[in-house]
Design a protein around this ligand. Structure first.
Ligand SMILES: Cc1cc2nc3c(=O)[nH]c(=O)nc-3n(C[C@H](O)[C@H](O)[C@H](O)COP(=O)(O)O)c2cc1C
Length: 177
């Protein structure tokens, strides 16, 4: 109720399977009176981390792009949803690039509830490495809790997730926030 929910959509495919699951989670969360915002990583200009460690002394990245704004939103959120398609058993490049760029102040992303969403053509077992990598990120954040994981398994073409139970799971997850 009345929580700020930041949904980070990591697929370049708008209206694709993970995006549809994001929308269904948002629909549930809105019904429960939360404040939701979805951002498409692919619409943002986020450069890869250069490992220059300039941020160690300043707490800021030397690269001037959209990441500072996104970091501020993540820090301000109560709940963060990370949604990614499975690409070669891992998360999308857009998602990994964003995660690496939290380095300047990832410890400030604290006490958040997380929901993880993944979609893949193969079965749920093919998604574990991607989910584990997302958990690797949340494990680095103080006080983070993964409240739910939604597996959109066996979906390849845009919209195929609509006929799966993952849609209801996404709605229920949002509604329960
Ligand atoms: C570059 C690329 C790599 C992919 N690798 C995998 C994979 O390793 N395993 C799998 O099951 N599906 C793989 N897929 C299929 C996508 O995971 C699948 O189409 C998924 O539904 C896409 O989600 P989206 O609609 O949210 O983008 C791959 C697709 C692309 C474009």
């Amino acid at each position: 109720m009345n929580k700020k929910i930041m949904v980070i959509a990591g697929s370049p495919r708008k209206g694709g399977n993970s995006d549809l699951l994001c929308d269904e989670l948002i629909r549930g969360a809105d019904e429960s009176g939360n404040i939701t915002e979805k951002i498409y990583l692919n619409d943002l200009h986020i450069l890869p981390c250069q490992a220059c460690y300039g941020c160690r002394s300043t707490g800021k990245c030397v690269q001037k792009d959209d990441m500072a704004n996104l970091l501020a939103k993540m820090i301000a959120a109560d709940v963060i949803v990370l949604a990614t398609p499975v690409y070669f058993y891992s998360m999308s490049g857009q998602m990994k690039t964003m995660i690496d760029r939290t380095l300047p102040c990832y410890t400030a992303i604290k006490n958040k509830d997380f929901y993880l969403i993944a979609t893949a053509a193969a079965g749920a077992e093919s998604m574990e490495r991607a989910i584990e990598s997302l958990r690797g990120f949340t494990d680095c954040l103080p006080g983070s809790r993964v409240r739910g994981v939604i597996y959109g398994a066996g979906v390849y073409l845009k919209g195929e997730v609509l006929k799966t139970t993952a849609m209801q799971e996404a709605f229920n997850a949002g509604k329960s926030i």
